[in-house]
Design a protein around this ligand. Structure first.
Ligand code: GDG
Length: 726
């Protein structure tokens, strides 16, 4: 039976060895608790580092056997690997950069090499565990290269990737020296998931700016695979928290806590020890609140539960010292014999204690400076089954996008934090119930089971889409049906676009003279008297003549405005006018002046604005603006606006590649093929007879029957035509 292999840095258990036997406890942390509810009940195997270094093979095998009973598979790493890959690259480079703490980031090539080495170790183990039909699900920032390593070894595998932390904006991401490689690491997956739309937006922007990869409504075409990228806001196990508050163990703990904390309002904060969680800022705001509102002295207690984390990174140790000092200072300043304003716990506590804390707290104060999602806020809401309680939530958390009825605050705004505490402590029960009911409905509906189902559904859909597309792809090895008709034919028409189809794109379009290989292909193709080759291009007729004069080909220039059969003179397709140019030209000049790196190409009866040499996002924004500006104007003038590959072109709307292709199709051909990469080539594809062969270069949506990946594949294909006759 096919299984799902979950991969994360750590297994969701903390393992200890005492007197030769192993004992386990559940790990704290978002990924462990989030997925903890699902991996046991489904056919899943969770692969990760067990968090313990065992020296002998006997010990390792013993632990492996134990863990396999729990659907867990350990990957053993050396202390040095952990130091460099996890403590080092993951937590000193990726974590601070991805959370916008650039001042804490360090960049060391050795750590990067170690990170890749460990991702490879994971890859090798997973390849051994993998069986066809299995689903591989990679998690989080410690395994950013793993999907691409797996893809190299298991080209057909179904691979999902989910990132639990934010994806930063391009301006921050670009500071990583290995940014290209890291981005390509993600692209081994079929589905890439983030918590929020903002994360996906930043990811797309980086793909475009760093790798030049475009997305189309969340779809990316990369190495002949369609990849989906989307936001999947992670939920929690709602029922587990909802029912926990009424369970006996929890209620007993609630009574115990109430007895020791007294009849006071409880404010609760729970975080892993992390600078991204905004703990000092929160404590300072609480201090100011107590200064501003002395009437609350003795009436409220802040319970700050901080779970130790990443103690081997110096910033975390310093943070601990800072928190200890702040708690000491505030308790020293305001505390009395019978009241301490902060109740500080620095350790992980069992689940029942945690739910008891959620249950007794009147306010949850959750104020990270940056947080991918934040599950604590959701757990608080799920535990509040009586619909009372107030959630104060930082707008910098992914959860704030869903929990809109919380009091949303900017965690850097101390005054706002103070005001939010005041508002929460004075909120009426009716208001609390209204807000809490609504938040609970959201958390109940978008729970972790639902999250899993949606992610897996989308992954399956992506795979289906890939199969559908793959069936359209042909190559030099898989085109027998076309070759058969080619060989049989007596009179063949071969319609070929030029840029992007026979030649790659160049920054300077005039650099695209045919190279040696293309010259030889065209010579061989046209040496066969049965072949009529037509180069059907958007280029101006002079450039096209210059590029193609040595070949026995017919030519079409300016998307069909000009055509030339054999060595005859160039002819115009119908009546053309260029008087409109003087009205359009000033617009284009204005866009050139405002957009450095762009330029205008003037053809006889069309104008083109090129933006290939400018920043890709900037160029596209300007192109949309230009299109919007020209849209109205051109419709009054029988002109057509074409958005091509990094160009905006304006030409007569009556002419297109399809209409001009008709001039050849009227003759009696018994083999027709049309190959092109551009949107303008679709007109040509649509006009072919049913039995003709239309071939799109690239992965974009098309009406063509077949696809090839790039211009090199086009050349290979043409060579197979030639060879089939020899
Ligand atoms: C990462 C992202 C994203 C805490 N103390 C104890 C304890 N916990 C549990 C909580 C909660 C989890 O740890 C913390 O999850 P968060 O989501 O709040 O934060 P991170 O650990 O930073 O998680 C985060 C998450 O991944 C999921 O994608 O939301 O943005 O940073 O579940 O209950 N559990 C126990 N004892 C404790 O003392 N048993």
């Amino acid at each position: 039976m096919a299984k799902t292999i979950i991969i994360s840095n750590r297994l969701p258990l903390t393992i200890q060895k005492k007197d030769g036997t192993f004992s386990y406890s559940e790990s704290a942390g978002g990924l462990a608790t989030g997925l903890g509810s699902i991996y046991k009940t489904n056919n899943m195997l969770w692969v990760g580092w067990p968090g313990i270094n065992l020296k002998t093979d006997t010990e390792r095998i013993a632990l492996k056997i134990e863990l396999l009973k729990e659907n867990l598979f350990p990957i053993f790493l050396t202390d040095k690997d952990i130091e460099n890959y996890y403590v080092g690259f993951s937590n000193k480079t990726i974590w601070p950069i991805y959370h916008y703490f650039t001042q804490y980031a360090s960049f060391h090539h050795d750590l990067w090499l170690s990170y890749k080495k460990v991702n490879r170790i994971f890859c090798d183990e997973i390849v051994k565990l993998y069986k066809p039909g299995d689903i591989i699900w990679v998690h989080d920032y410690q395994q950013l290269m793993l999907s691409s390593y797996l893809r190299q070894k298991l080209p057909q595998a179904t691979i999902g990737f989910f990132q639990h932390i934010p994806f930063p904006s391009y301006e921050v991401f670009r500071s990583i020296p290995w940014r290209e490689e890291i981005l390509k690491g993600y692209l081994g997956a079929d589905l890439i998931g983030f918590h929020t739309y903002d994360d996906t937006r930043h990811f797309f922007s980086c793909l475009k700016r760093v790798l030049g990869i475009e997305n189309n409504l969340g779809k990316i075409e990369y190495e002949q695979r369609t990849i989906h990228v989307d936001a999947f806001p992670m939920g929690i196990d709602f029922e587990k928290f909802n029912t926990s508050a009424s369970e006996q163990d929890t209620t007993a703990k609630v009574l115990e806590y109430k007895a020791s904390l007294g009849d006071r309002k409880i404010i609760l904060s729970i975080d892993r020890l992390d600078y991204s969680k905004g703990i000092p800022q929160r404590l300072m705001a609480y201090e100011s609140f107590l200064e501003k509102y002395p009437e609350y002295h003795s009436k409220i207690i802040l319970v700050q539960l901080t779970v130790p984390s990443r103690y081997d990174v110096s910033h975390y140790r310093n943070l601990k010292i800072e928190i200890d000092e702040l708690v000491g200072r505030i308790n020293g300043k305001f505390g009395k014999i019978n009241w301490m304003p902060i109740h500080y716990i620095f350790r992980a506590i069992p689940f029942t204690h945690l739910s008891a804390l959620y249950a007794i707290s009147d306010v949850a104060l959750i104020t990270p400076i940056r947080d991918g999602m934040n599950l604590v806020s959701k757990e608080y809401v799920a535990t509040r089954h009586l619909n009372t309680g107030v959630l104060i939530l930082s707008e910098m958390t992914g959860a704030a996008k869903e929990l809109v009825e919380a009091i949303i605050v900017n965690p850097n705004d101390k005054e706002a934090l103070i005001a939010s505490l005041k508002k929460a402590l004075s909120m009426s029960k009716e208001e609390q119930k209204k807000r809490m009911t609504s938040m609970r409905n959201t958390i109940r509906a978008y729970n972790v089971h639902n999250w899993l189902e949606i992610f897996m559904g989308r992954l399956a859909y992506t795979k289906e889409l890939q199969k559908e597309k793959a069936s359209k792809f042909i190559s030099s090895k898989n085109n027998e049906h076309i070759l058969k008709t080619y060989k049989k034919a007596e009179k063949r028409l071969i319609l070929l676009d030029y840029d992007g189809t026979l030649m790659p794109f160049f920054n300077n379009p005039y650099d695209a003279q045919p190279d040696k290989e293309l010259c030889s292909i065209l010579d061989l193709l046209t040496a066969d008297d049965k072949n009529q080759v037509v180069i059907i291009s958007g280029r101006d007729k002079n450039t096209l003549t210059n590029f193609m004069d040595d070949f026995k080909v017919d030519l079409v220039a300016e998307h069909g405005i000009w055509y030339r059969k054999g060595i005859a003179e160039w002819k115009l397709s119908g009546q053309q006018t260029e008087s409109w140019k003087k009205e359009i030209m000033p617009f284009l000049k204005m866009y050139v002046a405002r957009t450095p790196g762009t330029f205008i190409e003037e053809k006889d009866y069309s104008l083109v604005w090129h933006f290939r040499k400018t920043d890709s996002e900037f160029g596209e924004m300007r192109a949309s603006e230009l299109m919007a500006n020209l849209n109205y104007l051109t419709s009054q003038m029988n002109l057509q606006l074409l958005e091509g590959n990094k160009v905006v072109e304006i030409k007569d709307s009556k002419v297109n590649k399809g209409k001009v292709a008709d001039l050849w199709l009227e003759e009696n051909y018994d083999f027709v093929v049309a190959i092109g990469d551009d949107r303008t080539d679709e007109d040509m594809f649509k006009i072919l007879p049913k039995w003709g062969h239309s071939i799109k270069v690239g992965h974009q949506e098309t009406s063509a029957k077949y696809c090839v990946a790039n211009y090199q594949d086009v050349r290979e294909l043409l060579l197979t035509f030639i060879k089939s006759i020899e």
